[in-house]
Design a protein around this ligand. Structure first.
Ligand code: ZN
Length: 127
């Protein structure tokens, strides 16, 4: 298993809302942020708008048990084994403050100078 850590991002293949293996038939590839690891795999943050089979809303107690940062409490988390990683994403970017989507090459665009809001959220606040 490649040595990945929290904060790293991985690409996974998805078929019918299920994360499938790197050589499996798939509908799309999504990039996920690793929020914790164990000996066999990774806990990934799943943005709210995504429906991924096996993902669960994780409360703060479970976060602390799993070594996940508190800010991911009440967010969706899915566990995958190391063999489900189809690629490692090393590109720069930022996570949208509103929908939590990760946008490649994005930089801060809000008044505070440190947060980012994606194009879709800026033009549709009800997203
Ligand atoms: Zn957004």
């Amino acid at each position: 298993m490649v040595n990945l850590k929290s904060g790293d991002r991985v690409d996974c293949r998805i078929k019918d809302r299920v994360i499938v293996g790197p050589y499996d038939d798939h509908d799309e590839i999504k990039t996920f942020e690793i929020v914790s690891t164990d000996n066999y795999g990774y806990y990934l943050f799943v943005p709210r708008y995504l429906i991924i089979s096996g993902s669960k809303i994780t409360d703060i107690f479970r976060c602390r048990q799993l070594g996940i940062e508190d800010r991911f409490a009440d967010e969706q988390i899915v566990y995958i084994t190391g063999s489900m990683v189809s690629g490692i994403s090393r590109q720069d970017g930022m996570r949208c403050e509103h929908c939590k989507d990760f946008v490649l090459m994005a930089s801060a665009n809000q008044e505070d100078g440190i947060t980012f809001k994606c194009y879709s959220c800026r033009f549709n606040p009800y997203r």
